[in-house]
Design a protein around this ligand. Structure first.
Ligand SMILES: Nc1ncnc2c1ncn2[C@@H]1O[C@H](COP(=O)(O)OP(=O)(O)OP(=O)(O)O)[C@@H](O)[C@H]1O
Ligand SMILES: [Mg+2]
Length: 264
């Protein structure tokens, strides 16, 4: 079944056209890595899938229907995480605060809500983290709890916006493996944005590369070539394979490393 269909999708932010007439079809159960430099529209695309940003032209269909804000079809881990209001809260509270639309209050959950939270925590193996105050948790541990939050309600489509940011390489790998395992077990479709392709190489079915309002969707071998990326960015780009890693180099420097520096 088709999970996501972008049909000549145009997205605008104010005066800026972020995506211009993009076509793409993603199947149910695919794990898609979404890449592209800062400002290329990764977050905007996820927000459009969530029904938070309306297409300026063209259409989006999720399992055959237009996106609807608040639909339980999508689970979302936003790039900008809300400030954790009260550091004395326990991990459990972070996850539970999202049940039934609760946000950062102290939720009072019924038995069903508690079961759902317990399931999400068990799925990401965070039972022990859930008992500790948030101020004692590392960035990566908090990330794991936010992933549990995104899993509430067993969404068919998981939208993860930069879940690897500020994690060390070892923890990055463990987050990727965790998402992969959850995706396999639950048969979810995953869109996972990142600035570096290498941590995701073993997990992705295909990549979606954004740039200059356009998009390239294909396997790593199809998309990560000098020809395809040079065409996408209208500038000479080299794609190097070094010891199983992919390094993208543009005339003005290393594309992905530049994006990283910008982020920091
Ligand atoms: N709320 C907004 N209002 C106006 N312009 C916006 C808004 N949000 C994003 N933009 C602009 O839209 C463009 C795409 O932004 P978007 O956040 O989708 O990019 P991105 O690929 O997620 O970038 P990053 O890698 O930095 O997260 C940027 O030029 C940005 O300045
Ligand atoms: Mg973004």
């Amino acid at each position: 079944m088709t999970a996501i269909e972008l049909d000549r999708l145009t997205l605008r932010r104010g005066e800026r056209t972020v995506l211009a007439g993009v076509d793409a079809t993603i199947d149910e159960g695919e794990f898609i890595g979404v890449f592209g430099p800062n400002g290329s529209g990764k977050t905007s695309l996820l927000q459009a899938l969530l029904g938070l940003l309306r297409p300026a032209a063209g259409a989006i269909r999720l399992f055959g229907r237009p996106p609807m804000h608040g639909s339980p079809i999508c689970g979302y881990l936003p790039q900008r995480r809300s400030a954790l209001a009260d550091l004395r809260l326990r991990g459990w509270d972070i996850v539970a605060s999202a049940v039934n639309g609760y946000r950062w209050g102290l939720p009072i959950l019924g038995a069903e809500g508690r079961r759902e939270v317990a399931w999400a925590l068990a799925t990401v193996e965070a039972d022990e983290l859930a008992r500790r105050p948030i101020q004692q948790l590392s960035g990566g541990e908090v990330q794991r709890l936010l992933l549990a939050q995104a899993l509430l309600g067993k969404p068919r489509l998981l939208l993860l916006d930069e879940p690897l940011i500020s994690l060390d390489p070892h923890y990055q790998q463990s987050v990727v493996e965790l998402v992969k395992r959850v995706q396999r077990t639950l048969g979810m479709t995953v869109l996972f944005t990142a600035h570096e392709i290498n941590p995701l190489l073993g997990a992705m079915d295909r990549v979606l590369y954004l740039g200059h309002g356009r998009a390239m969707l294909g396997t790593v071998d199809e998309v990560m070539t000098s020809e395809v990326l040079s065409r996408l960015y209208d500038t000479p780009i080299d794609v190097l394979h070094v010891k199983g890693r992919i390094i993208v180099v543009a005339a003005h420097g290393e594309v992905e490393a530049d994006a990283h520096r910008h982020d920091a």
